[in-house]
Ligand binder design. Structure first.
Ligand code: M6R
Length: 607
């Protein structure tokens, strides 16, 4: 959460900072600000609210800035409400910092600094870090930063400017992501590469405990003891156009439309001779045969993709799969052993709980396989094996294409595990892979006419609450549909196993209450239809999502969204599209900021 940027070079930095911050706004949008070096002074402009609502207004009021070095920040509030005073950059006339992460011992540091005569203005943990650096500053920025970092506990990254070094920016990383962008006679810092794609594709990835001293000519990177470190130059593979809306009204809509291509890109390189191939990460059949359990650990939509994985791995490979929410897994003393495989799923590769779960699994000695979208992210680097999803940058806070490719990957994994364990033959495996390869076309077919989704969404916009129901894979999918809807429309919804309704939840059904029934699993259809009738009889307005050719009568559903048909096992990859689009249109119709839903941030780097 929170996005950090910085620039030093020959150009006026104001617009570069603001432009880069816009690209990071998905990381948090409670406030935004910049601090620049102007005529030997640190000048700070910051405001509560999204960049356009606050910072831009303040910048226009504050007149021209003449500065070629500065730092910027977009905030997801953790300590202190969203307000001008709690906005970053934070500091004093000598030093100013932007911060992503949490300073866990900030109270102790604050008390110490108050004892030394410092006065505090904000409620943030960041102010303690800024003042601690100032306290240790004795003319040598790196020395001050090293000393402060030694005292600070937590996971964080900082961008820093010092009045005495007007052409420099400094950066330090402790767990939270930070990169140093390399330009031609200019340098940058950013929380992630999407901020800089317009300016450069070359960068250094800072590791924990590294401090960068950055001038227009380059960066000197050292550890906390001042030892210089030679860093490899990385090159981003994403293109600037991928991080722009490209004519779509919202990133979410664009990303939904990118799904067919994203699935192709993700699965194709992992198919060799018609079979799933995991050579790139070193996962062999022998290893697969040795695992007692497979754990899939993730948060939010990534965890829902893991649930799809559980159903198909268990049914095809007859191998026990435990799916866990990372924040639960890490604290429940799991029965994990060195004989297990732990698959860690994360779009950002930076989610704090997911990363902690990975660290736990590594400590236990289990094999860890990260399935990650952001190249070089913490989770990708800390796992024993890594496979990348090729969704391209996902900007919308609501995950769509990342969930889709994570789910598609689960099929490849299920097929390989089933093959390695002798549960399916090579021929059967090839047939399954061939079916998976047709899915991008079916996903694209779902996108050819958006009207049915808009129509169904219009039935939901006035509702206070609704239910998603389904059985088996449809239940797993219902969870994703429900999360998507509540996340961006702010309509309360719950997903429920259709067969479980009668054990309590059915009492919620009231006249006109919408129920979205996911009914794609033909072997369970009769039972799901009974459950739809039960809620419809009690007044629910039932919207059924089902494959073409399945007949659902008017006693069971009021509205039917028909989708292309595939084998039951593959239906989640198709059926999620209408769920995403119904949520999207519900959000649009309610006038919400679809890509930046309230209270949320894309990359959840705090627990
Ligand atoms: O970056 P990650 O995949 O680790 O993020 C996990 C969740 O925070 C994420 O999927 C979240 O649930 C989405 N906003 C859902 O749309």
């Amino acid at each position: 959460m929170c996005g950090i940027v910085g620039y030093t070079g020959k150009k006026q930095c104001r617009d570069i900072l603001v432009n880069s911050l816009r690209k990071l706004e998905y990381r948090g949008y409670d406030s935004a600000g910049i601090a620049v070096m102007e005529d030997g002074h640190i000048k700070t402009v910051k405001a509560k609210g999204k960049i356009n609502d606050g910072l831009i207004v303040k910048l226009s009021e504050s007149g021209e800035l003449n500065a070629v070095t500065g730092i910027g920040h977009t905030r997801w509030a953790t300590h202190g409400e969203p307000s001008d005073i709690n906005s970053h950059p934070i500091g004093n006339s000598r030093v100013s910092i932007v911060h992503n992460g949490i300073i866990e011992n900030y109270r102790k540091l604050k008390n110490f600094l108050i004892g030394k005569g410092y006065k505090f203005e904000s409620e943030t943990d960041t102010e303690a870090a800024a003042k601690l650096i100032d306290y240790y500053y004795n003319g040598d920025p790196v020395d001050a930063i090293s000393k402060a970092v030694t005292d600070i506990e937590g996971a964080y990254s900082l961008g820093i400017i010092f009045r005495d070094f007007p052409d420099m920016i400094y950066a330090v990383r402790k767990d939270s992501p930070l990169i140093v962008g390399i330009g031609d006679g200019e340098m940058y810092i950013a929380s992630d590469m999407t901020a800089l794609l317009e300016y450069t594709k070359k960068y250094y990835l800072l590791d924990t405990g590294e401090i960068a001293s950055i001038s227009a000519k380059g960066a000197v990177i050292c550890d906390l003891h001042g030892n210089k470190i030679n860093k490899e130059v990385q090159t981003a593979t994403w293109d600037v156009s991928e991080a722009e809306k490209g004519g779509f009204e919202h990133f979410m809509l664009k990303e939904i439309h990118e799904q067919p291509a994203a699935v192709r890109k993700t699965i194709s390189p992992r198919i060799k001779d018609g079979l799933p191939c995991f050579d790139e990460c070193g996962l062999t059949d022998e290893m697969i045969r040795g695992y007692k359990h497979i754990y899939i650990i993730a948060c939010g939509s990534a965890m829902h993709a893991g649930l799809i994985g559980k159903y198909i791995i268990e049914s095809l490979a007859r191998t026990p799969v435990i799916v866990d929410i990372a924040s639960e897994f890490r604290y429940r003393n799991p029965l994990l052993t060195a004989d297990d495989l732990v698959v860690i799923v994360s779009q950002s590769g930076e989610t704090a709980d997911t990363k902690a779960a990975l660290e736990l699994a590594n400590e236990v000695g289990a094999d860890t396989l990260a399935l990650v979208n952001v190249v070089g992210s913490s989770i990708a680097r800390e796992a024993k094996m890594v496979m990348y999803t090729y969704a391209g940058p996902e900007i919308s806070v609501a995950s769509t294409k990342a969930y889709m490719v994570q789910s598609a990957f689960m099929y490849l994994l299920a097929f390989r595990v089933a093959l390695a364990r002798g549960r399916i033959t090579e021929e059967e495996c090839r047939e399954l892979v061939a079916k998976l390869e047709t899915m991008p076309d079916l996903i694209a077919e779902c996108l050819s006419d958006l009207d049915p989704y808009r129509r169904s969404a219009s039935r939901l916009v006035g509702a206070d609450s609704l239910l998603y129901i389904g059985r088996g894979l449809d239940y797993a999918l219902s969870m994703e549909g429900s999360l998507k809807l509540k996340e961006i429309s702010y309509i309360h919804s719950e997903s429920y196993a259709a067969g479980e309704l009668k054990h309590g939840t059915i009492s919620l059904i009231d006249d006109g209450m919408p129920v979205i029934a996911v009914a794609t699993q033909r072997d369970l259809l009769a039972k799901t239809i009974s459950n739809m009738r039960e809620v419809k009889t009690r007044g629910a307005y039932v919207i059924a999502v089902c494959p073409k050719g399945v007949s659902i009568d008017s006693e069971s559903a009021d509205d039917i969204i028909e989708i292309p048909s595939a084998d039951d096992m593959f239906m989640p990859l198709v059926a999620v599209v209408p769920l995403q689009l119904v949520a999207y249109y519900a959000s649009v119709l309610r006038g919400n900021d679809v890509d930046k839903p309230r209270n949320l941030a894309k990359s959840v780097t705090v627990e």
